[in-house]
Design a binder for this molecule. Structure first.
Ligand SMILES: [Ca+2]
Ligand SMILES: [Ca+2]
Length: 368
């Protein structure tokens, strides 16, 4: 881009412009000091100059004549040669960008830079942003990007957590429906039963405390390719929903008509859910129990849980090890942990209470 300085701008600026604006000149240096503005305009157009002026006349010309030439209108009182020079040199990129924009005929430079449209869009004489406005816009965009990018992974986590809670809740509802229809609860699936309860038909379950949710038996989704219900965190084997059921009263809960035959007053589901694994007694044994004051449930019928976001790598810690998983270091037992979400545990645990199950079965005429 070459500039043609107007007579109100010193010719002494010309040598300093050559690096950034090669072949720039000044009106007197090309013998046009006595030419009319329109002649200067035509000359600039024919020779590819951008007119740099302190005079409003050229800006006005740019609103009635086709562009090019483009016009840079330097504004501001008492601007020294050095100030004008710095303004042009420091903003070369901005100037080029502005003048390459469709419809921009003139840019106004001073404390700010404004772009003005040319003659072909007279209805709109001014557009664009000042440098301050641009800076504010960039600042806001930066804030927005910073504010959006960081929580994006957090948003995904929130969604996965919510999806998992929903899947767990639906699984629990499905269990109630199954119990009303079949007079018993299903047994958990084993790792090789393809989502079907083990054993088929119920009775004494093969994996009462460390099985998987029998999604195929209940017709639930989403399931993986092998028929296992998976959580919202992924679809690996570690993301399969776990399911445990009480073996109380000689597996009456999972035996057809077992609950009816045992009777509502005798049935004593015995799964426990603790708020922490700390202080748990007899872990791994039939007498395992929550520490005093940490039992969230002590007569649960079933416990359904997801290993959470860390499913693929964690599970041996003091809390999660009590919820059977591939890295548990304790033997599966009737006690589970639903700790607060955090670094120690991200397992998502729901359970079905005795009261809920009995209520539904009585309503359905299955009990007593
Ligand atoms: Ca976990
Ligand atoms: Ca346990």
């Amino acid at each position: 881009m070459k500039l043609r300085l107007d007579e109100n701008l010193s010719r002494r600026l010309v040598p300093f412009l050559q690096t950034e604006f090669p072949d720039s000149s000044q009106v007197a240096l090309i013998g046009l000091e006595r030419a009319t503005e329109l002649e200067i305009w035509d000359y600039a157009r024919q020779h590819g100059y951008v007119i740099v002026t302190r005079d409003a006349d050229f800006e006005e010309l740019s609103t009635v004549h086709d562009c090019p030439p483009h016009v840079i209108w330097i504004r501001g009182e008492n601007m020294s040669k050095a100030t004008v020079l710095n303004l042009l040199l420091a903003n070369r990129g901005v100037i080029e960008d502005a003048l390459s924009e469709d419809g921009v005929a003139c840019i106004e430079m001073g404390k700010s830079i404004e772009m003005r449209e040319g003659s072909h869009t007279p209805e709109s004489s001014q557009r664009g942003f000042t440098l301050i406005e641009l800076a504010i816009v960039m600042f806001i965009v930066t804030l927005l990007l910073g504010g959006m990018l960081l929580p994006l992974s957090a948003q995904q986590d929130v969604r996965a957590y919510g999806d998992t809670q929903k899947i767990l809740s639906e699984a629990r509802d499905a269990l109630l429906g199954y119990a009303m229809a079949n007079d018993r609860l299903p047994c958990p699936a084993s790792s090789t039963s393809n989502g079907v309860e083990d054993p088929v038909g119920g009775g004494a379950c093969a994996h009462p405390y460390d099985g998987l949710f029998p999604a195929a038996t209940l017709g639930l989704s989403p399931v993986d390719s092998q028929g296992y219900l998976v959580d919202g965190w992924g679809s690996d084997a570690d993301n399969r929903i776990r399911f445990s059921v009480s073996t109380a009263n000689t597996s009456a809960l999972t035996t057809s008509s077992g609950m009816k035959n045992t009777g509502i007053t005798v049935l004593a589901p015995d799964l426990q859910v603790c708020s922490t694994g700390t202080g748990m007694s007899n872990a791994g044994l039939a007498t395992a129990a929550c520490a005093s004051g940490t039992a969230l449930a002590s007569d649960a019928v079933a416990v359904i849980y997801s290993l959470g976001k860390n499913a693929g790598s964690a599970g041996a810690g003091a809390e999660e090890t009590h919820n059977p998983n591939p890295r548990s270091t304790t033997t599966a037992d009737r006690v589970f942990v639903s700790a607060a979400q955090g670094s120690a545990s991200d397992d998502q645990v729901v359970w079905m209470s005795k009261s809920t199950l009995f209520n539904r079965l009585v309503t359905a005429g299955r009990l007593p």
